[in-house]
Design a protein around this ligand. Structure first.
Ligand SMILES: O=c1ccn([C@@H]2O[C@H](COP(=O)(O)OP(=O)(O)O[C@H]3O[C@H](CO)[C@@H](O)[C@H](O)[C@H]3O)[C@@H](O)[C@H]2O)c(=O)[nH]1
Ligand SMILES: [Mn+2]
Length: 733
């Protein structure tokens, strides 16, 4: 191919409207500078409490300013990518690389087996040569129920894959497609007929799986169906068992075909060895076992990693991803392609801010322009060699024909035997695994730290966000689950900041400065807690005490404060709406940021510090992917779910109540008693207090007005009342 007929496999567009953005940012900078001038010029030197409060508030503001500046780095110039899949197949159809797909599951109760096999089936149904697809399920729960469900999926795939192929079924996840309502007369007769048949088969399969789930074990007559069940005969328990490796479909086997006689993708079940004396390193450990075992069986040059709830919603994602890996001129230094995480159980106004609209649609594309997005675990295509520690070298180019995996000759039985050793506990002892090889250990966000070190070896990454989402998963449906998930994330991120992997230190000279700073947006999530706690408690406290902290309404200094505040929030609202959100959704999102900051981030902040001092151990609380009927109903109606006796709720309720008391106190003085409150001086403090009351309305409902099971438990109510009243009285007397 000559230079002139080079046609790229992907294209990059830069976002529009940058000039307006710069004007906004510049005006904010001026406002911020004026606020600082005000704080310094009006500093109250010898007024005890006021001096303290003023200093604290100013420090909180300085923190916000610095953090805001950091967040500008991921907004400079977001880039958006698009692919040319037809060029890919014209050029490379014959030499398309093998793909190893890793699905991780860890708990058959929190992650229902039916959901997991839906994910597996959707991935098997990619529009891609089946002999080049290899799906691995890693089951850290080591559950025979999971194994049984996968066995059922193996059988069902023989019907499902030809059906998907024939009718271009989207999404290729059976539960989603088959439960969608279609008007039978709108579709082709043959489709309608087959759909009905498949649906029946699917429902029967579900019933069998669920029966056994209820039973909690696999009956003997079923156990006879597959040799794999023998592995559970020796008193295997979740945390103490040998490696279980079973090739359920061997893609090389000429008899492994679907109902149309076409080959099936390889399907492997793996439960790595677990022993009490060995730390299993959570998902990172599972991934590393998968990397090794798959290298023995299929060794594909490209790996796709998804969480067990993230089913494929777009059967073309593999081809999209390959456009980024196989371009002749732009691909040589691309290590991974990350699809943003999306969920299919979203409600319109997204009460818990799970959608991450702005992160997914603005920030990740912004970081893409700075050197590539973070690796966020699920929905990521990677080059195997970069995961295994390879450095980028300018001269080395990948030739897909040659590097296209090995086709091993051994029988599946032999592969199972030899592969087992690779997933054993002692295999990693004194080895570089978890350090220089594979995913890194010891960090709750193993993905982020791994992706970061890949970049530091010279690679870049790509964020790809097609309109038709590539993967859809299950978002948390209660406030507590969401807050706990964010505790893990913020803790992991902050750990990176404090460790030798701090982007400024480790990334120095290896990645561009703008990329180092981009990482701080997330690394420093946790650190936001202190400034926020100060800002939402102290101004109200001072209001009760009669201490003025902001400029008078009649003074010109009020302008920068109101300007910065309103324009910052107006811009944030604009950004949110631009990403497809609703006004109510934005309001909910603001509340969630507030709650995350005073609970998750607070716990993450101190958790990391405690851990680095050796007082606490790393933990990984798995996010539940189920919800009972009542909880789901409330979730769908956007009613905030408390219902648990959690210290996080005590913090939230205490802050809410304290601000409410303050609000009642000041309202009473202004409106009912008509006492002379110096409104001119206290206006900003009163407005801030009022806003905090408004944003906490769901908490007050949960405390006093609701009677359902999701309301705030009385123990939490009593404790937070005691705390809030104490602070209130402390301020007044
Ligand atoms: O010991 C474990 C714990 C978890 N998992 C799996 O890891 C995945 C992620 O766990 P989940 O509870 O769903 O966490 P999330 O917070 O939703 O996950 C995000 O954040 C994690 C890091 O905190 C990343 O590992 C994930 O890929 C990313 O999707 C799931 O498939 C689990 O089955 C394991 O395989 N082994
Ligand atoms: Mn998840």
């Amino acid at each position: 191919m000559g230079e002139s007929d080079y046609l790229p496999l992907f294209e990059t567009r830069v976002a529009k409207g940058r000039l307006l953005y710069w004007l906004y940012a510049l005006s904010m900078l001026i406002g911020i500078a004026l606020i600082c001038v005000y704080r310094v010029k009006h500093f109250p030197p010898n007024e005890e409490l006021k001096t303290w409060a003023w200093t604290g508030l100013f420090m909180a503001e300085l923190w916000y300013i610095s953090y805001w500046l950091v967040t500008q780095f991921v907004r400079f110039n977001p880039v958006y990518r698009s692919t040319f899949k037809d060029r890919l197949s014209n050029r490379y159809e014959e030499v398309l690389p093998g793909i190893d797909i890793f699905v991780c599951t860890a708990d058959a109760e929190l992650e229902p087996t039916v959901m997991v096999i839906n994910t597996v089936l959707s991935l098997m149904a990619y529009d891609y040569p089946p002999e080049k697809l290899n799906v691995y399920l890693s089951d850290d729960g080591g559950s025979e129920l999971m194994f049984y469900a996968l066995l059922e999926a193996t059988r069902f795939s023989k019907l499902w894959l030809p059906f998907c192929r024939k009718f271009n079924i989207e999404p290729p996840a059976p539960s989603v497609y088959l439960s969608s309502i279609v008007k039978m007369h709108d579709i082709d007769v043959s489709l309608a007929k087959e759909r009905q048949y498949i649906k029946k088969q699917y429902e029967e399969m579900n019933e069998r799986i669920n029966e056994n789930m209820k039973l909690g074990r696999i009956p003997d007559e079923l156990r006879k169906q597959h040799k794999g069940f023998r592995e559970w005969e020796s008193n295997a328990s979740r945390s103490d068992h040998q490696t279980i490796l079973q090739v359920l479909i061997d893609g090389r086997d000429l008899n492994a075909v679907d109902t149309e006689g076409k080959p099936l993708p390889t399907l492997v079940y793996l439960a790595r060895e677990k022993r009490p004396g060995y730390h299993h390193n959570f998902k990172a450990g599972a991934m590393n076992a998968l990397i090794r075992v798959s290298s023995r069986i299929s060794n594909s040059p490209i790996i796709l990693n998804v969480d067990c709830d993230q089913y494929s919603n777009n059967s073309e994602s593999v081809r999209d991803a390959l456009c980024f890996f196989m371009d002749d001129e732009q691909s040589h230094d691309i290590a991974y392609v990350q699809y943003p995480q999306y969920f299919d159980n979203m409600t319109k106004n997204d009460l818990y801010g799970n959608y991450f609209r702005v992160v997914n649609e603005v920030e990740l594309p912004g970081i893409d322009a700075n050197g590539g997005p973070l690796y966020i675990g699920s929905g990521c295509f990677q080059r195997r060699d970069t995961l295994c520690g390879k450095k980028y070298e300018r001269e080395s180019t990948i030739t897909w024909k040659k590097d296209n995996g090995i086709r091993v000759k051994e029988s599946a039985n032999l592969l199972e035997e030899t592969g087992k050793i690779l997933a054993g506990c002692s295999y990693e002892e004194n080895s570089p695994w978890g350090k220089e090889m594979g995913l890194k250990y010891g960090c709750p966000v193993e993905d982020v730290i791994t992706g970061f070190s890949i970049k530091c070896r010279g690679w870049r990454s790509i964020c790809f966000s097609p309109k038709k989402r590539a993967f859809l998963g299950v978002a948390p449906t209660t406030l507590l689950q969401s807050l706990i998930q964010h505790t893990r994330w913020s803790e992991g991120q902050f750990q990176i900041f404090l460790s030798k992997y701090c982007p400024f230190i480790y990334g120095y000279g290896k990645i561009p400065l703008k990329l180092q700073i981009s990482y701080f947006v997330y690394n420093l999530w946790a650190a936001n807690c202190v400034a926020t706690l100060f800002y939402i408690v102290i101004p109200s406290f001072c209001l009760l005490k009669g201490i003025i902290l902001f400029p008078q309404l009649s003074s010109p200094w009020v302008l920068p404060f109101t300007y910065v505040f309103t324009v910052k929030y107006a811009y944030s609202l604009y950004e949110f709406l631009w990403c497809g959100g609703t006004l109510k959704g934005w309001y909910n999102d603001q509340r969630m940021w507030l709650y995350k900051r005073v609970t998750s981030y607070l716990y993450g902040f101190f958790g990391t510090i405690m851990r680095s001092l050796g007082f606490a151990k790393l933990n990984f609380v798995i996010t539940s992917k189920i919800a009972d009927y009542d909880v789901s109903r409330r979730y769908e109606q956007d009613i905030m779910e408390f219902g648990a006796d959690s210290s996080m709720f005590i913090i939230i309720a205490t802050i809410g109540l304290f601000n409410l008391f303050t609000f009642i106190w000041i309202s009473e003085r202004v409106i009912i008693n008509r006492q002379s409150v110096d409104l001119d001086s206290y206006a900003l403090q009163i407005i801030l207090n009022g806003l905090l009351v408004i944003i906490n309305i769901p908490v007050f409902q949960g405390l006093f007005l609701r009677k359902d099971k999701g309301c705030i438990p009385s123990s939490v109510t009593i404790e937070s009342l005691i705390f809030a009243v104490t602070v209130y009285l402390l301020a007044l007397y």
